[in-house]
Design a protein around this ligand. Structure first.
Ligand code: GUN
Ligand code: ZN
Length: 449
């Protein structure tokens, strides 16, 4: 089995620290922002030991520690992608269909190859390399129905030392023969994978019924049985993404009050459950998400690309019953692994629904909000002492156009806004994982790739 990297050496990064002290949907965005224009982050044993103003923090630098100079760039927590499919990387940008036809025509044939562990390892390696190039250090990831696809993914993540959440897709009906498990084989395979990977190094297991139409009620119940007695396990699935899909679920589960209720009756609506999309849900379902602690993953590039609809982000974040919400790229339904691009499209969807997504809110969703959605905010999502040293370094001057626009910026919020509207993987100067440099744009790539 792949081994994790050796403990990282002490390190320190100097630059403009941007992080959060609260939820900017529930307080004025400027009050939620921690903004340290000349900051220092000191790292030891894979964790942040100190973070603050350079002048006040330099006294804590252990003798002999090299300070990497990122002045001119922002130091942010690494991005958290709360919903993505690694096996769909090769079929990103597949033309012409909406969800159900897109699954049949492109997705299922592409996923059929992941019974081959060598192929799965190749794609997992490329996928993780791309995530790091985009500044994303944690993701909730769907593998395929094949247990080998999970071994390949966690093996590569272990090698890189990334904190990942992932699981085997469960699918015992309404899918091609070559991609179906059974309720029992899905349970048995998942149990073995949980024993092999969950809590090992930085890997976390998510029980992963693909969505209600491809699981029998028996499979959903066995998925809940896998979770029983272990609050640290995750659950991920899709919820109310597309109108034709919702109509199909109504036909398949006539006794359920709503799509969410299908999962709720099975015992799958709980803390550390992450529902992809949740576009076509009602107030009752929003309240149920709020009280249960389950999360929604807002996937704007996918929702636009597949023509699924407009997620009501500000409804989800309603202060009377806020729902844990993060950003998801949903590649291959999504068109980019970059959370900067994802924020860009989230801003435009909010505009279409008459709302204004403040850049501080967008960056919070991409970092601390995503970490809260996964109930991992005690480890990741914030630049502060005690947190894991998973960081991304953002360059507001990455291209000539961005450098031109940056001259107009008169606030940190505006710098963040230009990054989210104009930025992409070129804006990621570097990515640090567990206190180790994992991607360095200017020295040509991702270490260990
Ligand atoms: N619903 C069920 N499976 C999928 C998938 O792979 N991608 C998206 N976007 N929605 C789904
Ligand atoms: Zn998805």
């Amino acid at each position: 089995m792949t081994t994790a990297p050796a403990p990282s050496a002490p390190a320190a990064l100097r630059g403009h620290i941007v992080t959060f002290r609260g939820n900017p949907f529930l307080m004025p965005p400027q009050d939620a922002l921690v903004d340290e224009p000349d900051g220092l982050v000191i790292i030891a044993g894979g964790r942040i030991t100190h973070a603050g103003a350079y002048d006040a923090t330099i006294a804590h630098l252990p003798p002999g520690t090299t300070v990497t100079d990122y002045r001119g760039c922002l130091i942010s927590a690494g991005f958290v992608d709360t919903h993505v499919h690694y096996p769909q990387l090769p079929m990103i940008a597949a033309y012409g269909e909406q969800l159900l036809e897109w699954l049949e025509r492109y997705t299922f044939p592409t996923e059929s190859r992941f019974g081959d562990e060598a192929y799965a390892t190749t794609i997992a390696r490329k996928f993780l390399g791309e995530l790091l190039r985009c500044g994303t250090t944690t993701a909730a990831v769907y593998c395929t129905v094949h247990p080998q696809s999970v071994d390949a993914f966690f093996g590569e993540s272990t090698r890189l030392g990334t904190l990942m959440v992932a699981g085997k897709v469960l699918m015992d009906r309404n899918a091609p023969d070559y991609l179906r498990d059974t309720a029992q084989s899905g349970y048995d395979d998942s149990r073995r994978l949980i024993e092999r990977w969950h809590g090992r190094n930085r890997q976390h297991y998510a029980v992963t019924p693909r969505f209600a139409p491809t699981s029998t009620p028996e499979q959903l119940e066995l998925a809940a049985a896998l979770l029983k007695g272990d609050d640290t396990l995750f659950m991920q699935t899709h919820l109310a993404e597309n109108r034709a899909e919702v109509a199909w679920v109504t036909e398949l589960f006539p006794d359920s009050r709503s799509y969410l209720d299908v999962y709720d009756r099975a015992g799958l609506v709980r803390p550390r459950s992450v529902m992809g999309h949740g576009i076509h849900i009602d107030e009752h379902d929003m309240c149920r998400c709020h009280e249960s602690g389950c999360a929604l993953a807002h996937c704007p590039t996918s929702n636009l690309f597949l023509g699924s609809g407009a997620f009501r982000l500000f409804d989800a974040m309603d202060a009377r019953r806020p729902v844990r919400t993060g950003l998801g790229t949903d590649v291959g339904g999504g068109t980019s692994l970059s959370h900067l691009q994802t924020m860009n499209e989230a801003y435009k969807i909010a505009q279409m629904t008459g709302k204004r997504l403040h850049p501080v809110q967008a960056f919070w969703l991409a970092t601390q909000g995503g970490a809260q959605a996964l109930h991992l905010d005690d480890r990741i999502g914030t630049v502060a002492a005690g947190m894991d040293a998973d960081l991304c370094i953002l360059d507001p001057n990455a291209t000539p156009l961005q450098a031109l626009r940056a001259q107009m910026c008169d606030s940190t919020a505006d710098v963040l806004f230009t990054l989210m509207m104009l930025g992409d993987d070129r804006s990621i100067r570097a990515t640090w994982v567990g206190g180790r440099l994992a991607h360095d744009r200017d020295s040509g790539g991702t270490t260990g790739m």
